[in-house]
Design a protein. Structure first.
Length: 231
């Protein structure tokens, strides 16, 4: 019963955060992430190849504080490992896969060498048809693949109170599409984070800064093999 109550509470909080309108002021923007990079000059940053983190509140770093989203930590980790890329955060809180599809042009104009695609949580929390989510995500991935960018997928899951059949169908979307497009998949972005209270905000769903640092570390082994070190 306690687990079920916690799941219901998490779902309510997520639905509330999902209602955050994309035109509201967000603490994380492409400019904010760029400003956090450890490069000495704006011109040098602008000339670096781009990695786009494309997703919803888990990408935007909702509530974690400036410079504390997982793309911020990913930027620092890549620099520390000798990879010189500019990580651009295109996460918007509340976005569904439909919203992501509408924003795909924002990714295209940046001509990224790699795009991390992390959508679906808000579709599931709103109880939207899984088939609709799959189609939207399929279109996003197909469009990006044709553009020439490399892709990594970040997956998510749902509380068990959404029903065994719905959650199973929802969870199957990510490995199915990763196999279809032959791209790396992080099945559950919050694995090892969600169950660790110090790594989660009081809402129980969005990571703290240290939690986002863990998420970034989980993406690294999927991303770095697709990149080149600049000497």
């Amino acid at each position: 019963m306690r687990i079920l109550q916690k799941s219901l509470c998490l779902a309510a909080v997520l639905l509330l955060s999902a209602s955050f309108h994309p035109t509201q002021s967000l603490p994380f923007t492409p400019q904010a992430v760029s400003a956090a990079n450890n490069f000495p000059a704006q011109e040098q940053r602008n000339n670096l190849p781009v990695i786009v983190a494309f997703g919803d509140s888990l990408t935007a770093g909702f509530g974690a504080g400036a410079g504390q989203s997982y793309p911020d930590f990913l930027q620092r980790d890549l620099v520390a490992d000798g990879y010189h890329y500019r990580v651009v955060n295109l996460g918007v809180t509340g976005n569904t896969t439909k919203d992501g599809l509408a924003r795909i042009k924002d990714v295209a104009v940046l001509k990224p060498v790699l795009t991390i695609v992390a959508f679906g949580g808000n579709d599931g929390l709103r109880g939207l048809p899984v088939a609709e989510m799959r189609t939207n995500l399929d279109t996003i991935l197909g469009t990006l693949k044709r553009s020439g960018t490399k892709i990594v997928i970040g997956g998510i899951t749902l509380p068990p109170n959404y029903g065994v059949a719905y959650v199973k169908s929802f969870n199957s979307v990510y490995p199915e599409l990763a196999a279809k497009y032959k791209v790396p998949l992080l099945p559950f972005m919050l694995d090892g984070v969600w169950s660790n209270p110090p790594l989660m905000q009081p809402d129980g769903i969005h990571p703290t800064g240290p939690g986002n640092a863990v998420v970034a570390k989980k993406f690294l082994p999927l991303i770095e093999p697709l990149l080149k070190k600049q000497h």
